[in-house]
Write a protein that binds this ligand. Structure first.
Ligand code: SF4
Length: 292
């Protein structure tokens, strides 16, 4: 079976299980990136019942936000149900800029609380499809599967690393109430994704045409120092928004009597951008101990 047919078969399996377990259609997550564009095209080709959901992170590039709106309009014209989920935290609307002061620390590679709040809350107790791929990182290669049943207790998680994984029956019959995920293109390379995009004439986020390698949140700690520097040069207003959020974060830390050697939001920003020349850094242990 070729990769397209295998991905379609995975989507059909997941859609069947979604209707069976949750009595709801498969939820296809959409970020405006190339992988989720391919995912939607495959779901359409699979002939399944599905809906498309975008988690609005509030830190996406404006170009990506406009692209998502355009694509949702086009999908709705093809009678696909689409929705944009606005983030909430502690039962209140939240954004990256209001979350940072509440969490008392900047988001980091080790503590990606922003993903947990702004993106991963979507699809709780649903079967979701994502464009996650092993080729994206070693971490994903080691931790993500074709299908996954997530649970807060790691011992109860079921991750199928292949289509004929021996845990398949356990996965299908498990009664745990939690989020299930299918990653239909998990084994696709970057070239596979671009080849499919071009051969199927799929729409492409204009930021790729500018040479951007990723179109996620601006300043994402996962993007690496050089990538983030380029992003802040391209979208300077976001640098200002982070600095201002860090300033408000320092105010809250001071009000709570927490250790606070940083003087300004700019000090925090430099530390966050991994500038070794800045003094007054808190250790990760200090920060993580206070993370709420
Ligand atoms: S900044 Fe990165 S880690 Fe945070 S929500 Fe966005 S993608 Fe996730």
């Amino acid at each position: 079976m070729d990769k397209e047919q295998l991905a379609i078969a995975r989507l059909q399996d997941a859609a069947r299980l979604s209707e069976h377990r949750y009595k709801k259609p498969l939820m296809v997550t959409y970020s405006g990136g190339k992988d989720s564009q391919v995912l939607v095209a495959l779901a359409e080709r699979a002939g399944i019942n599905f809906e498309v959901v975008n988690s609005h992170t509030t830190a996406d590039a404006p170009e990506t936000v406009y692209f998502i709106r355009e694509q949702f309009k086009a999908m709705e014209e093809r009678e696909i149900k689409c929705s944009i989920v606005m983030p909430r935290y502690k039962d209140k609307p939240v954004s990256m800029w209001t979350l940072i002061p509440q969490k008392l620390m900047p988001p980091t590679r080790l503590v990606r609380y922003c993903c947990a709040v702004l993106k991963e809350n979507t699809g709780r107790d649903r079967f979701i499809a994502t464009g996650v791929r092993w080729a994206e990182s070693t971490r994903r290669k080691n931790s993500r599967g074709v299908m996954e049943l997530m649970h807060k207790d790691p011992a109860k998680r079921i991750i199928l690393m292949g289509d004929n994984d021996e845990k398949r029956q356990l996965f299908e019959t498990c009664n745990l109430k939690s989020k299930m995920t299918v990653n239909p293109i998990v084994d696709w390379s970057d070239d596979d994704v671009w080849d499919y995009t071009h051969s199927e004439h799929l729409p492409v986020n204009p930021l790729y045409c500018e040479g951007q390698k990723r179109v996620g949140c601006i300043g994402c700690p996962m993007a690496g120092r050089g990538g983030r520097q380029r992003e802040f040069m391209r979208w300077h207003a976001y640098e200002k928004m982070y600095i201002s959020a860090f300033e408000r974060m320092l105010d809250v830390r001071k009000a709570k009597g927490l250790p606070c050697d940083w003087q300004t939001g700019m000090d925090v920003f430099r530390w966050w951008m991994e500038d070794d020349n800045i003094s007054g850094q808190l250790s990760m242990d200090d920060l993580m101990g206070e993370e709420r």
